[in-house]
Design a protein around this ligand. Sequence first.
Ligand code: FAD
Length: 253
Amino acid sequence: NSGGGVIQNFRVNNLLIDKDKNDRIIGVRGTKRNKDYEFFASLTIGAGGVNCPVSKTIITDIYKENFIDKEHWSSAFRQYWKGIKGVNYEKGAIEFHYVDGVIPGYFWIFPIGNEMCNVGLGITLKDLKNKKKKLKELQKYIIEERFSERFENASLMEGSGKSWQLPLGSPRKSRLKPRRMFANGCLLIGDSASLVDPFTGEGIGNALLSAKIAIKHYTKNKDNFGDYNGEEYQKDVWNNLGKELTNSFKIQK
Ligand SMILES: Cc1cc2nc3c(=O)[nH]c(=O)nc-3n(C[C@H](O)[C@H](O)[C@H](O)COP(=O)(O)OP(=O)(O)OC[C@H]3O[C@@H](n4cnc5c(N)ncnc54)[C@H](O)[C@@H]3O)c2cc1C
C-alpha cells in the first residue's frame, strides 16, 4: 500500500547481508551515475537474468553451490539468413533438426518475416565440451555440409551472428530439483532462477509464471520471509513447471 517505483539505469553490485541473522538478505547496494545507493527490503527478488548478481551471491557465496552446472546450461548461436529454400513463410513453422555430429545439440530454422529466417544452434556446455568444433563452426558445418541445398541461394545478414547462454530448468539430482531459487529473505525468478526450457530454449513464459508465484508467496508471508517460505516457493514453481521441464529434458537427451 505504500506504493513503489522504478529506477532506470541503476546497477545492482552487491547484496546487503545481515550476518547476525542467519545470512539474511536485507537489500541491495548499487550504482547510478557513479553514485552509490543502498535499498532495504523485507524481501529481495533477483530478476537480473542469466548473470544476476543476486543469484550468483546466494548460490556461490552463501550456499557454496554450483552456479553453472554444465549439464543444465546451454550455449546458443544464431544468425539471420535470407532466401532459404523450403521454408514455409506463411505458416511460420519452426523447424528443429537433430543432425549427426551435433546431437544432442539441435539446429533450428524459423521465418521472422520478409523472407528472413532465424537460424541457430543450441547445445549444453557438457555436450559442447565433447565436440571438436565450437558453436559457430558447427553451424557453418551444418549449413555448408548438411543443408547445402537449402542454403544454395541464401544470403547471410552480415553482423547478425550472436551467441548467448541459457540457464536451463531441467531437473537436478538434488532434492530441490531445479537450481536453488531462494535464500533467507530472498527469491529468484526467471533466468536468475535458471528456468529456461531445455528443449525449446524458451524462458519468457517461465519467467513470468515464476514472478506470479513469487508475488503470491510474498503476499502470504510478507512479515518475515525466511528460508522455509523460500523453499515453499521453489516447490510451488516446480509443481507448476516440473512436469513440462522434465519432459523437455527427456526429449533433449
Ligand atoms: C537471443 C535470444 C533469443 C531468445 N528467444 C527466446 C524466445 O523466442 N522465446 C522465449 O521464451 N525465450 C527466448 N529467450 C530467452 C528469454 O529471453 C529469457 O529466458 C527471458 O528474457 C528471461 O527473462 P528475465 O526477466 O528472467 O531476464 P532478462 O530478460 O535477461 O532480464 C534481466 C534484466 O536484468 C537487468 N540486469 C542484469 N544485471 C543487472 C544488475 N546488476 N543490476 C540491475 N539490472 C540488471 C538486465 O539489464 C535485464 O533488463 C531468448 C534469449 C536470447 C538471448
